[in-house]
Design a protein around this ligand. Sequence first.
Ligand SMILES: [Zn+2]
Length: 543
Amino acid sequence: MEQIMETFPWGRLPRIKIYNTLGRKESEFPTVDEHPEVSIYVCGPTTYQFVHVGNMRGPVFFDVVRKIFSIHGYRVRFVTNFTDIDDKMIAEAEKQGEDDPIQLSARFVHEYYTDLFALGVEPADFYPKVSCHVEEIIKYIQLIMDNGHAYIGGDGSVYFDIPSFPEYLKLSGRHMDDLLDESRQTEIVEAKRDPRDFALWKAAKPGEPQWPSPWGPGRPGWHIECSVMSAFYLGPSFDIHGGGQELKFPHHENEIAQAKCGHPDEDFARIWMHNEWVTLDGAKMAKSGRSFKIRDVLKDTDPEVVRLFLLSAHYRKPVDFTFDKLEELSKAKGRIVEVFNRLAEFLRWRAEERPENWLRIWRHWDEGHRIDAEAFDRKMNDGAPVEDIFDKEQSAAETLVNETRIHLHTAHTHFADDFNTQGATGELFQLVNRINAGLEVMSSENPDDRHAANIALGGLVHLTDILGILRPERSNLYATEEAREHTGTGGGDAEKLADVLLKVREAARAGRNYELSDLIRDMLAEIGAEVRDSKDGPKIHWK
Ligand SMILES: [Zn+2]
């Protein structure tokens, strides 16, 4: 594993540091050698409606977290759940005139997958649902009861006994006394011994989904599912538990209480990561009230622009949603696409120069230019000023390769520093500027310049892969026809004009004017219209 880290030409990857909500401090994650597999559980949605932009911040952010761990050489096991049984799910089913909340949930789970796919979020290893794990939940509740931390209340429900667990509220930093006051004010449930106790198992009510249990028919309370399903897929001790910051209390406090009282000798989650909200005019973009469904936003916004937006702030800081910001990021993404196309044009794509070979090309380059990668590593980590890192006299090609090296190194330093996507994205844009400057002075006839352009292209592809942008193979599922035309995938006037030019080219060929016919073909290719031969004669193929 260590070898993977050694082979990056921009120096050794820095150790990953993560801020742990539990204990409120940042610490270094164990190295790949010490701990080759990373297990992550992130709380998923209660699926009764279409999700809004804010709901997608966690999934998109953790998508990047997984990629960073993979690049560092870790094997990642990632689990995120669906809540298809709880009070809210049942209430919503009734509101929407649906007899079976599990059926309603199944429909929205499907819609949620579609939204994740549209945003280019890689699939999790497992997507457990509560209704598929009731058997394990019952066993787990029994374990908590056997350990003396749960009791059957006066209403036949099973409650967690809060005063029996003095470590309660360590994660959120709240106080037991304040909580007692709050609980007394909000709900008086006679069946509970203490107003702070919460339900592990809810006794059946008419019309609600129910399962048999040792305590009579009923259904799981909300919080128990995540303690049970994380243990089922990752074991009772695992690395990272993630979720929105609103879940700290009571959901995550209750998860810890259940896990610690079910499996007292296990760690449960060692690191807790909480992402902040997407805000609208400074307030949380709530499910109710003013919010923007992700699929509505994607009707006329490139999903990769939405990704850039969601990653534009550090995950522990709120990010405010405005259409102006999307517009601004759309232009920024345009600059990345433009430089990508410039590089492709400069290199006029050769098979041996595909971006997947760029690391090989880079190593070859380093040998020829006698770059001491280790010395670079040392200087960068010592915080030496950039101008001191390389020789003063550099060719344009050397300058571009070295600038690519610096921006990749710095981007990875940001990624490793508690997954600072904001800082890393800044490095990407600086790299774009440096490539544009390099292309101004380099020549595609010069082999050194071509090598440098290849390395810069590889660096660009590497960073955009991590952020999940420039994925041409994933078209926008929800784009309207009008939006498609704007993004240059053909249609409308351009299509008609290209067909006219194709006819002119045919006439030129018939008159044996191959110079003209080739010129027309090349010019069409420049606007993304490739001429391809078919059995019905030449056809335009839009790229
Ligand atoms: Zn959860």
